[in-house]
Design a protein around this ligand. Structure first.
Ligand code: ZN
Length: 446
């Protein structure tokens, strides 16, 4: 039975998804399985061809690039080697935000390629989501890259996936009937079990464990902070029946204690991964666990200082050329024993703005905080980092609120941030939304 479902998935559902997106994901996957073994020089030749193409396209059809390249006195013909990319200006998040849609989108391309075009959003703590268009080739290649990354941990097309994450991993988490149906349908198509990481109290985790035992996922994907909380709960309940082939973590920095707890209680290896909402490059740890292999087939990565600067060599709808993505890493200059020449980078350092800063510049992810506040069951909360030594926590109490919760929140924050940080808890009736109707979890004044 299991094999039949897999065959139906491979033979029918996948090609159907390919037709919907206008580009075959299966074909992309087959190609990527080969290109990961291309010698470095061959891979760079491929990147140069695509880079020239995208630079010319941006210059000719996107007003922002046309103007900027002229300012920098650079023409598409000046790109003769990969190193020439340095002649081009850096693109910031603000540049994309301020110029969308008219000046940063290729309007002529969008008009002729409407089929399969997706409007992408990325979050961030600023409260202003970044909008851009992704074309079907970009979408298919990025998804196929994800499959290839998961295959390093044993994933095969059609395998069952369980997801434990927030809105970036578990989409459509709404309460309306329509969004519930949408989630069910998309979960069926993707063969996945979505679990929200926003509230991980005891009751919810017991439900999740039951679901996982019943669903028997082949792989589990999620935020490391959430997976660690769940792994420890599994340990406390002495449950040994969830045995996926591998666990893949993403969206946050992975710490050693998290890796250990997850590996011990899910009884398999953890694979670190990196992806960006902007759909430019991603990176995956292989079975040798020597760092993360970049998906060089989708983009070019430069690292200046420790800042990642990425260029999509695929997306013609909204070209991202030398985009300062806000993630930090460094190259690992050695060959990986797995035999894949794809460039290696170190584990990603957190995104700017998504962290509270504690003692000695210790960074505490807002995703981890979300889990803690979820466990405390406060109605709403907001954190304001006033200075390096002071944090204001605004809380909207729910009817079960007690002093014990204040104690729990204060203790957790002190433990994470380090001693000597002034934590000022303020109770408010409500937390104001931004003009766009968004709630900001973290405001940083430093
Ligand atoms: Zn490797």
């Amino acid at each position: 039975m299991k094999n039949i479902t897999k065959q139906v998935y491979k033979g029918l559902i996948l090609p159907f998804r390919g037709i919907l997106s206008g580009y075959s994901i299966l074909e992309a996957y087959k190609l990527l399985r080969k290109t990961q073994y291309l010698p470095k020089k061959e891979l760079e030749k491929l990147q140069l061809i695509k880079l020239k193409e995208i630079v010319k396209h941006a210059y000719e059809t996107v007003p922002y690039y046309n103007k900027k390249f002229k300012e920098y006195k650079v023409k598409p013909d000046d790109i003769k080697t990969l190193k020439d990319i340095k002649k081009l200006p850096i693109l910031t998040r603000e540049d994309v935000f301020n110029n969308f849609p008219n000046n940063i989108v290729s309007n002529s391309y969008i008009k002729t390629h409407q089929k399969g075009l997706t409007l992408g959003y990325t979050g961030g703590s600023s409260g202003n989501p970044l909008k851009f268009y992704k074309d079907s080739l970009t979408m298919s290649m990025l998804l196929a890259c994800q499959w290839r990354g998961w295959s390093y941990g044993g994933y095969k097309i059609g395998d069952k996936i369980a997801l434990l994450g927030g809105s970036s991993l578990v989409p459509f988490l709404g309460s309306s009937l329509k969004s519930k149906f949408k989630l069910k349908f998309s979960s069926f198509i993707k063969r996945m079990l979505p679990l929200s990481a926003y509230t991980l109290d005891e009751e919810t985790m017991n439900v999740y464990i039951k679901k996982l035992i019943k669903y028997k996922p082949d792989i589990i994907i999620g935020y490391p902070s959430a997976l660690k909380v769940l792994a420890e709960h599994i340990e406390s309940k002495n449950i040994m029946t969830i045995n996926p082939k591998s666990v893949h973590v993403t969206s946050e920095m992975l710490f050693q204690d998290q890796r250990k707890a997850i590996e011990k209680n899910f009884n398999c290896k953890v694979f670190d991964g990196y992806g960006s909402g902007e759909a430019i490059v991603s990176a995956f740890e292989c079975e040798q666990h020597n760092g993360l292999h970049l998906t060089a087939e989708t983009g070019i990565t430069e690292i200046i200082g420790n800042e990642m600067i990425v260029t999509s060599i695929l997306n013609k709808a909204t070209p991202f050329i030398r985009y300062k993505i806000g993630d930090k890493s460094k190259f690992i200059n050695r060959e990986c024993s797995c035999g894949r020449p794809l460039p290696l980078i170190d584990h990603i350092q957190g995104r700017e703005g998504d962290f509270l800063i504690g003692k000695n510049n210790r960074k505490v992810s807002t995703v981890g905080l979300t889990l803690m506040f979820g466990q405390a069951k406060v109605k709403e909360y907001q954190l304001i980092q006033e200075s390096k030594n002071k944090i204001i926590v605004r809380i909207v109490k729910d009817k079960d609120y007690s002093n014990k919760k204040t104690e729990y929140i204060t203790n957790s924050l002190e433990r994470w941030l380090g001693n000597g940080i002034d934590i000022d808890i303020q109770f408010v009736d409500k937390i104001p939304l931004t003009k766009a109707g968004k709630r900001i979890v973290l405001i940083k004044k430093i």
